[in-house]
Design a protein around this ligand. Structure first.
Ligand code: ATP
Ligand code: MG
Length: 391
C-alpha cells in the first residue's frame, strides 16, 4: 500500500492573501529538510500539503521525525493513498489502521469529499466505513464526542487518503517568512533556546560566537557547533561566524575597572554582531538574556548594552524562569550538550564583584580607554565562517 504524509499548515491558514507565499516557503523548507532521505513530490490544496515519496525505498519514519521539527506545520499524519473505490477504501482502512485500532476502544469516522464525482456523499462514506470497521474490529465502539481515534477518509481528485492518529507539528511560522536575525550563541543553556524560539516565529537564523583562545578551547567551539546542529533541525541550516575575541577581552581586563568588565564585553559583542549582521542581511540580534538571572542581566545593564544597538534585540527568554528554559532545552535536546563543562569567554573574565546598576555615562567613560572602532572592525573582519546543518 502506498503511504504518504498529509501536512496541515498552522497559523498559515490565517494569512489570507499571503497564504500562497507562506505555503511555497514551507514546501521549500520541507524539500530542503527531507533532502537526503529521498525525493518527494509536494502538492498543495485546501490548506493541506501532500508529501508523496517518489519511490518505495524512502524511509518514512525518518521523514516523519524531520517533519515534526519543521515550523509552520500544525499537525500531520501518515496516510494510505488508495484507489477511489469504496471496496478498496474499506479493505485498505482495515489493513492500514489495524495496528492503531487494536490498541483503542472507541473511534469515529470523518469523511471529506473534494471529488464531487465520487458516488457516495461524505455522510455515506462515514456510515459505510464505520459499519465495516465495527464488524471487523468487534471490540470497538463508536463514540462521536470523545473517540480514542478519529479515522479520516478523504476522497480527493488524485486518490483516496485514509489516516488515523494526527501527529502534532512544531507549530510556528515557516523559517524565513519573518526575515533573518543573528543569534549570539554561547555554550550555555539559554542562547540555543532563544534561537529555537525566534526561529519558531519564522526567523531564519545566522549565528555569532565569540571565542577567546587560548582561554577557551577548541572543544568549547565544537560544543557550539553541536548546539547549533541540534537547533538547525528546527531552524534549517545556520551560517555561523566565530569571532576572535581574545585581544578585546585582554584589553578590557587591562584597561577598564573590573566591576564593569561584563557590561563592556557585552557592548563589544553587540557592536561586532551588528556589523556581521549588517553584512549578512540580518535585521535583528537575538540573545538568551533573562532579567535578573545574573549581574549582567539587570535592567540597567541591559540598558547599557541596548544603547549600542541600532537594530532590535530579541530576547525571547526575558521573562522566563530557568526551569522553564531548561524544559525547552530538554525538549529540543540541547540541554545535555549545554551542560558539558567547557569554558565560555564570558566565564573566563567574570569579575568577582560586578556592578549591577551601571549607568551609560560611566560605561562610556570607561570605554574611552579602548580603541573601540578598531577592535570592532578587526573582530568582525576576522570572523571565521562555518556552515552548520543538522541533517
Ligand atoms: P547562555 O546560557 O546562553 O550562555 P547565560 O544565562 O549564561 O546565557 P550570559 O553568559 O550572561 O548568560 O550571556 C547572555 C547572552 O549573551 C547569551 O545568552 C548569549 O546570547 C550572549 N553570549 C554570551 N556569551 C557569548 C559568546 N561567547 N558568544 C556569543 N554570544 C554570547
Ligand atoms: Mg553563558
Amino acid at each position: 500500500m502506498k503511504e504518504i504524509i498529509l501536512i496541515k499548515n498552522g497559523e498559515l491558514a490565517l494569512k489570507g492573501l499571503n497564504r500562497r507565499t507562506f505555503e511555497d516557503m514551507l514546501v521549500k523548507n520541507m524539500r530542503r529538510r527531507l533532502d537526503g532521505i529521498g525525493k518527494f513530490k509536494f502538492t498543495v490544496a485546501q490548506s493541506t500539503i501532500v508529501a508523496e515519496p517518489e519511490n518505495e525505498s524512502v524511509d518514512l519514519d525518518e521523514a516523519v521525525e524531520r517533519i515534526s521539527k519543521i515550523f509552520g506545520i500544525a499537525g500531520f499524519s501518515r496516510a494510505a493513498a488508495v484507489e477511489k473505490d469504496m471496496e478498496t477504501i474499506l479493505r485498505s482502512a482495515e489493513e492500514y489502521l489495524a495496528p492503531q485500532l487494536l490498541t483503542v476502544r472507541s473511534f469515529k469516522v470523518e469523511a471529506k469529499r473534494s471529488d464531487k464525482k465520487f458516488p457516495l456523499k461524505s455522510p455515506e462514506i462515514c456510515r459505510e466505513t464505520g459499519g465495516y470497521l465495527l464488524r471487523k474490529f468487534p471490540h470497538l465502539e463508536v463514540d462521536v464526542h470523545n473517540p480514542d481515534i478519529v479515522v479520516t477518509v478523504e476522497v480527493r481528485d488524485s486518490s483516496a487518503y485514509i489516516h488515523g492518529k494526527q501527529l502534532k507539528g512544531a507549530g510556528g511560522m515557516p523559517t524565513g517568512s519573518a526575515g533573518r536575525a543573528a543569534l549570539l550563541i554561547s555554550g550555555g543553556i539559554d542562547s540555543p533556546v532563544a534561537g529555537y524560539m525566534m526561529a519558531k516565529r519564522g526567523l531564519e537564523l545566522m549565528a555569532v560566537h565569540f571565542a577567546s583562545p587560548p582561554y577557551t578551547s577548541e572543544r568549547a567551539e565544537q560544543k557550539v557547533h553541536s548546539l547549533l546542529k541540534q537547533v538547525s533541525k528546527y531552524s534549517g541550516r545556520i551560517a555561523l561566524f566565530v569571532v576572535p575575541f581574545t585581544e578585546t577581552q585582554e584589553l578590557i581586563k587591562d584597561n577598564c575597572p573590573e566591576e564593569i568588565f561584563t557590561v563592556i564585553m557585552r557592548r563589544m559583542m553587540m557592536r561586532v554582531a551588528q556589523k556581521i549582521a549588517a553584512k549578512e542581511n540580518a535585521g535583528a540580534l537575538i540573545t538568551g538574556e533573562s532579567v535578573g538571572q545574573v549581574a549582567s542581566q539587570t535592567m540597567q545593564a541591559i540598558a547599557c548594552t541596548d544603547s549600542v544597538c541600532e537594530i532590535p534585540v530579541f530576547r525571547p527568554l526575558i521573562g522566563m524562569d530557568k526551569d522553564e528554559v531548561v524544559a525547552i532545552s530538554r525538549k529540543i535536546e540541547t540541554f545535555d550538550i549545554s551542560i558539558l563543562p567547557y569554558e565560555d569567554c564570558c566565564t573566563v573574565f567574570t569579575p568577582k564583584h560586578p556592578r549591577t546598576r551601571p549607568t551609560i555615562d560611566y560605561v562610556e567613560e570607561c570605554e574611552k580607554a579602548l580603541d573601540v572602532d578598531r577592535l570592532v572592525n578587526e573582530a568582525a573582519e576576522n570572523a571565521r565562517f562555518v556552515l552548520i546543518s543538522g541533517y
